[in-house]
Design a protein around this ligand. Sequence first.
Ligand SMILES: [Zn+2]
Length: 339
Amino acid sequence: MDGSLEFPVATPPAPGETVAIAPGVHWLRMRLPFALNHINLWLLEDGPGWTIVDCGYALDETREAWERIFIERLGSKPVRRVIVTHFHPDHMGLAAWLTKRWNAPLWTTEKEWLHARVHSRDDDSAASRREFALRAGLDEESSTIFSERQGNYRRGCPAVPPVFQRIGEGSAIEIGGREWRVIIGEGHAPEHACLFCAETGVLIAGDQILPRISPNISVQPYEPEGDPLARYLASLKKLRVALPPDILVLPSHNLPFYGVHERIDELAAHHAARCDDVITACARPASAADLLPVLFRRQLDRHQMGFALGEALAHLHYLESQRAIRRQAGGDGVHRFAV
Ligand SMILES: [Zn+2]
């Protein structure tokens, strides 16, 4: 799927190491305790200090890798600022620790900060998550697992800074004498900040555009009627217009790449193909759970099934809003969709 993309560096940095990847930008990588086993983070030269972009998941080994970087890679300069692209725990996770460690401010968008604050304190939503899964057609046991899996934000993000500085669409951030513009993406997260430096032709893309996997676009249990795929596709269009074709993209997962327009087109085509599959499958009424074997051709374990459920619903809700399919609420409480 990435035949049209070009990857200038084949080997990522080991944990605790950094690689200069663009003017003033250093690439580092931390481990994640999932099938997606790593995240890319960025350290930007910022005059008398450094700006960190994204923080890593709250693991002891990640705090240790950061400490090694602080000793070996900062040239005795302090971290002045922590920017977080979006609230997911692999990005926001260690923000409270980093900002305290350096007495540095957190810069992020308002919605991402609010989501992080809410999710890190959430303790009364297990029942609504379970109801969400049952309505989508999962069985009792899978619904319980879904509810528990979705409820562990605090494991990766135990605390969120109580104060933040707001960035948003069009914000200009001066970092090390260069201007980085914020471009907001939606669909993967509510107000995801991408950072674009026109002078050097570099985009810090977060999870909005990834080279080898398609970003997770899921209906969330806390907004069960959401249509995140419509938001995501609109954001892809906006990014394609805003970004020149020849820039270097620094994604949060996999490798930095050239070919941003090609990748945006591939991601849009991927969702269009999934939508076609869903329409075909909805020749007979189908729940989100019924669609999992159609959308995910590999065998899913119960944990992956929970993850995939939100994605199936995202395609169903998008097609419903496009009037390509219609919803039927069954007597069993399960929502099914048909053409
Ligand atoms: Zn994310």
